[in-house]
Design a protein around this ligand. Structure first.
Ligand code: NAP
Length: 521
């Protein structure tokens, strides 16, 4: 049996407990085990701080960018092997697997390029210089200095490759070492990535550590310069924020949690915008079997178009085949774990108290190429309700499965925005409209509730991407129940790993040792 070791203190090690099994969610076969019991996590953090942190901070942005480029190329060379592991351990179709793995490769490369453009500095300038008093000699220069701790990355089960890479890219470019902890159930892909990076990417010792299995007492050993970047459920996010050590030493915490993302069909949507709306909904419901934090869960349509939208989306969903994701003729694989399947079925039962099925039958369906009742399948399901406000649970409960709910509104941007904001803060909302007043009002009303708004009008409808696609140059995160975190967004992604500090004093002298020209700030 394959044992997934952890990379701690520069060595591959395993715990001394009975081990946790990682399954193939299609066949339920055991693929590997891992264990973290008894591992010395305090020493692992100290090794990363002293060895990895020191080495990364000594590099310029351009040099850190070169490391990211090597990491991206290493993953590219492992692409086929990673896709195969994602199909086996994640229940991904090949398309789902590529979405995760190519996202990882592309994000590392994006930050490699950013590193090149930031050049020979070791920390970034943060906005224009502030002149203090008369004469212009006394100034304040704001900088962002890399923190001297470890970036602890705790990831969700759904994006084992991208989740690891998007966080690591920002931390490494900022100058912080990474200890990455994938979700145990789908850790095979992350383990393979770290093995490959450790063997082939020439990272400095301690720049990358891996904890493969439960988190154990890791948080008890964090210090004030460490950072926790977490992606997962709101419940675990709250536990981390409330952790006694995290609070007492003031560990910086970034939380990306669950989200009830919306898609709004707005006023005056022309045919091209409407087609993009339906096309994107189909993608968001089926890609990764609906297990995306950015997947659309709530679909708001003018009341007089509710039947038309249900009919057109159902037409698309009719062609979707659920089953063994290793087959080319299957579009939707199983959920990642039995627990996810159980939780999705419970969630569907709660949604059905206030909605009715508009397409599909609640349940596992008849998965193609699968033996008997094996596998953690949930068939695509479109729900609907007549009174969007009364369907409270739709705005409260994230069901992580291939499903969404169509809800009517009165056709005004004000009503749409009021309903969308019942989701209490989301990662993304998308608006499809060709009426400029509608779009403008929607942006004003919805921006405070979201980390990203995607506007699609007829002029860009053929080029607009489905809203679930997270791009490295654009902000990812959301307020309220989405966790209040912020990742990526180009150079903004380095913020969580750096300390803003203003250097106040003799301006020309400060500019000199910052390597800045006097006029640059
Ligand atoms: P989860 O159960 O909260 O687990 C997430 C991670 O936290 C796993 O690595 C887990 O490790 C770890 N963990 C569990 N208990 C912990 C504790 N007490 N202290 C520290 N870490 C702990 O979430 P999930 O089921 O993997 O992910 C699904 C959720 O993630 C969904 O709600 C989804 O919306 C959200 N998500 C959000 C985003 C985003 O960017 N906003 C992206 C993807 C997913 P073990 O696996 O070892 O238990």
């Amino acid at each position: 049996m394959l044992v997934l070791e952890s990379l701690l203190g520069g060595r591959w090690v395993s715990g001394d407990g009975p081990g946790i099994s990682l399954l193939n969610p299609t066949t339920e076969a055991v693929l590997a085990t891992c264990d973290t019991h008894g591992l010395d996590l305090a020493a692992a953090l100290e090794f990363a701080r002293s060895q990895g942190g020191g080495a990364l901070r000594a590099l310029t942005f351009a040099e850190r960018g070169a490391l990211l480029e090597a990491a991206s190329k290493t993953l590219h060379a492992e692409r086929e092997a990673l896709i195969e592991l994602a199909v086996q351990n994640g229940g991904n179709t090949r398309g789902d697997a590529k979405f995760d793995i190519d996202g990882a490769i592309g994000t590392l490369m994006y930050y490699a390029e950013l590193g090149k453009s930031l050049g020979d500095r070791r920390f970034a300038l943060d906005g224009p210089v502030e002149n203090i008093g008369k004469g212009g000699r006394v100034q304040g220069w704001h900088i962002r200095a890399p923190k001297q701790g470890v970036a602890v990355h705790i990831n969700a089960f759904n994006f084992p490759a991208w989740g690891l890479a998007e966080k690591a890219a920002c931390a490494w470019l900022a100058g912080m070492p990474v200890l990455t902890k994938p979700a145990t159930s789908t850790a095979l892909v992350a383990w393979h990535i770290v093995k490959a990076l450790d063997q082939k990417a020439s990272l400095p010792a301690g720049a990358l550590s891996l904890l493969c299995g439960p988190v154990g007492d890791l948080l008890d050993h964090l210090g004030p310069q460490d950072v926790v970047a977490f992606t997962g459920s709101a419940e675990t996010g709250a536990k981390i924020r409330g952790h006694q050590r995290v609070r007492s030493v003031g560990v910086a915490v970034n939380v990306e949690a669950d989200s009830l993302n919306s898609s709004v069909l707005g006023a005056g949507a022309d045919d091209a915008s409407y087609d993009a709306f339906i096309r994107h909904l189909h993608t968001e419901m089926t890609q990764k079997a609906g297990q995306k934090c950015t997947a659309t869960r709530r679909i708001f349509v003018p009341r007089d178009r509710q039947a038309e939208v249900i009919s057109d989306l159902s037409e698309r969903l009719r062609g979707v085949v659920v089953g063994d994701p290793s087959r080319d003729d299957v579009h939707v694989g199983p959920l990642a774990t039995r627990e996810q399947q159980r939780s999705a079925m419970e969630g569907i039962a709660r949604l059905l108290e206030v909605t009715r099925p508009a397409f599909g039958t609640p349940g596992r369906g008849a998965p193609r190429g699968v033996e008997g009742e094996r596998g953690f399948f949930v068939a695509p399901l479109l729900l609907t309700a007549e009174d969007a406000r009364a369907a409270k649970v739709v705005h409260d409960l994230e069901v992580f499965a291939p499903l969404a709910t169509v809800l009517p509104y009165d056709g005004t941007a004000k009503d749409a925005a009021a309903l969308v904001s019942l989701g209490q803060g989301s990662l993304v909302a998308s608006i499809y409209a060709d009426d400029r007043d509608f779009l403008e009002q929607a942006v004003v009303e919805l921006a405070p509730w979201h980390g990203r708004l995607v506007l699609t009008d007829g002029k860009i409808a053929d080029r607009s991407m489905a809203p679930g696609m997270v791009l490295p140059g654009l902000n990812h995160g959301g307020p309220g129940r989405a966790g209040g975190g912020s990742e990526l967004g180009g150079v903004r992604g380095l913020d969580v790993y750096t300390q803003r500090c203003v250097i106040q004093g003799n301006g020309p002298l400060i500019a000199k040792f910052l390597g800045a020209s006097a006029g640059e700030g």
